[in-house]
Design a protein around this ligand. Sequence first.
Ligand SMILES: [Zn+2]
Length: 153
Amino acid sequence: MNEIDPKYLCMLNRKQCDFCYNKSNEYTTTIPLTLNHGYQVCQHCTNVGKHAMQQYSINKHVIGLFQLNRLLSSSHYFNNNTFTYVSINVNNVHERWIIDPTKFIKLRKKKIFFYCTNHIDVKKVSLNELSILNTYINEDEIKDIIYNYLQIL
Ligand SMILES: [Zn+2]
């Protein structure tokens, strides 16, 4: 299958499917990777859409926070609130920022990086650093889930 890029998910024609001509003319749903960014699928293309989403992640070495949320249990810390708050180190002071829902979590040289924001600035923080400052974030658990999804051996 050709790679289909995710798209901006606002102002959509409610019956346009990214993967077929939607001949039955049904309403579609969206599967976001990051906030307002993902795929639009008819009910017949849900699995095709999920597969395209995973393939996009594998090819680009990225995973959206919304994708990660769906791989974690509903009771996981990352799924407890609209925003995922974390402590990060800013000039040697610990501040509460959120994991930026609009940016991809990136895998670079087998290290995982999150983008955190205070709604003004954005800072790239490694999973290792996040797990040290936020003891409820289990580095091995998150790493295993992301590696597994991205099919990293
Ligand atoms: Zn479809």
